[in-house]
Design a protein around this ligand. Structure first.
Ligand SMILES: [Zn+2]
Length: 191
């Protein structure tokens, strides 16, 4: 096949040279709410075109590559002394797979344990292109069904206004879970 970025022959959808050149993660941080940290691996201007493949037939493969390069790198570089749950935001399959579950799976290791299907939105409303005011007045109404979790990392694909992650954090806290921080593929805020 050919690399979808540079079109040279490659064994993978994205060749090794493009992964090194374009997918080396660089962590940025956003502080939302009253001091909650959200780390993102990519700038949306760079990673956006790849993230937008998520609703196409190559979306799951592209997400696996992005997850390996970013969340996989995080997993190998950071260690935790006690078990920490990895909670993907609303990992219900769309277009045949769950984007956030792929990201959470890339963190799976010793103390980092994905808890799939525990934090689902009861509202299907789309936030794409919507204002902060709209997002705040139309909550996703998350429902948490996990058990026995004390600390967690929240995983989502994109942070825009931070509304979704803050809502997820509050729902987890009400259930007795302490979210340590959130990890997202890309920060789509305009700065
Ligand atoms: Zn390439």
């Amino acid at each position: 096949m050919r690399c979808i970025l540079c079109h040279t022959y490659s064994f993978s959808l994205i060749c090794a040279a493009c992964r090194r050149r374009l997918l080396a993660p660089s962590l940025s941080i956003r502080i939302i709410g009253d001091g909650f940290k959200v780390y993102s691996f990519y700038n949306y201007a760079d990673a956006g075109p790849l993230i937008k493949t998520k609703h196409t037939h190559i979306g799951a493969s592209v997400y696996r590559i992005l997850a390996a390069e970013s969340f996989g790198w995080f997993r190998s570089d950071f260690s935790f002394d006690t078990p920490v749950a990895v909670i993907p935001v609303d990992d219900r399959p769309k277009s045949g797979y769950a984007h956030t579950a792929i990201l959470a799976r890339a963190l799976n290791s010793g103390h980092l344990r994905p808890r799939y299907g525990t934090l689902h939105a009861r509202s299907d409303i789309s936030y794409s292109g919507k204002t902060l005011a709209f997002r705040q007045s139309h909550p996703r109404r998350f429902h948490y069904t996990g058990k026995g979790v004390e600390t967690a990392i929240i995983v989502d694909d994109i942070i825009t206004t931070g509304t979704t992650i803050l809502e997820a954090k509050e729902v987890l806290e009400k259930a007795g879970v302490t979210p340590l921080f959130a990890l997202t593929l890309a920060d789509a805020s305009q700065r």
